[in-house]
Write a protein that binds this ligand. Structure first.
Ligand code: SF4
Length: 252
């Protein structure tokens, strides 16, 4: 996916300033201190080149839109307040028994809760999964809709989940902002946002659409292995020369 021969992050591009008049230089809400000078495309290309060496399972999703929409939707609903490994195990155990909304509804709530039990709030999530499956059958002939608003109308589905489905299942443009996608561009100085919603708005302005689909798996993999929430591994980070390390107190 990374374009061969692209230069590394040391090259400073003037991305984001083109077309702005002198009078319009006041930064839009959400822009970080380096939004006008941060070499976003080069940093993302560097990460994409390095990602296969990190050993993060999520890298497998990059460049591979077309995954089963129901599987992505269910896994994302299971992942709330749950570690990635636990979500993966629970999803695998559930999908061995049910791969469609109709199949999932054949499991009663207790059986479903027992299958997903390692995940947090498993009883509430079992109820939500049954309700989502019922609505998919009732409103969408058992298929996961491709439309963001239709996804957002399902119980338990927020912007993160809806964007993940449209990008990873359908390959449509969208930016799925989870904790990693919110944290990392703020550390870079590209964003200065307080909420994932603000980050999504700003990233839609500041990142080329060609990167949107892969932005989530790329930054999730980077955040799990190098730019970790506590004590990121800055000494071995391939994009350290470009990073402002905003808010980083301890690093390795
Ligand atoms: S230098 Fe450190 S804080 Fe910045 S992106 Fe790399 S690991 Fe994250």
């Amino acid at each position: 996916m990374a374009a061969g021969g692209q230069r590394g992050p040391r090259v400073r591009a003037r991305a984001g300033t083109r077309g702005r008049s002198r009078a319009a230089r006041r930064p839009p809400p959400g822009d970080g201190p380096r939004a006008g000078t941060f070499p976003t495309g080069e940093v993302l290309a560097t990460l994409a080149r390095e990602a296969p060496g990190w050993g993060a399972p999520v890298v497998a999703f990059m460049g591979r839109a077309g995954a089963d929409p129901f599987r992505i939707l269910v896994s994302c609903l299971l992942s709330l307040r749950t570690r990635d490994q636990v979500t993966a195990a629970a999803s695998a155990s559930l999908f061995r028994r049910a791969r469609t909304p109709r199949g999932l509804l054949r499991l009663d709530e207790d059986a479903l809760a027992a299958l997903i039990r390692p995940v947090g709030f498993y009883r509430t999530k079992a109820r939500t999964l049954r309700e989502v499956s019922r609505l998919l059958l009732e409103r969408h002939a058992g298929r996961v809709p491709r439309d963001l608003d239709a996804l957002l109308a399902l119980p338990g589905v927020g912007r993160k989940t809806a964007n993940l489905v449209v990008t990873q299942a359908f390959g449509d443009p969208g930016i799925c902002v989870d904790t990693h996608v919110h944290r990392i561009p703020n550390r870079w100085g590209l964003l200065a946002t307080r909420t994932p919603e603000e980050s999504e708005d700003a990233l839609r302005r500041l990142v080329e659409p060609a990167w949107w689909v892969d932005l989530n798996p790329l930054l999730v993999a980077f955040g799990q292995t190098i730019c970790q929430p506590v004590s990121p591994r800055c000494s071995t980070c391939p994009v350290a020369p470009a990073c402002a390390r905003v808010g980083v107190v301890h690093s390795r």
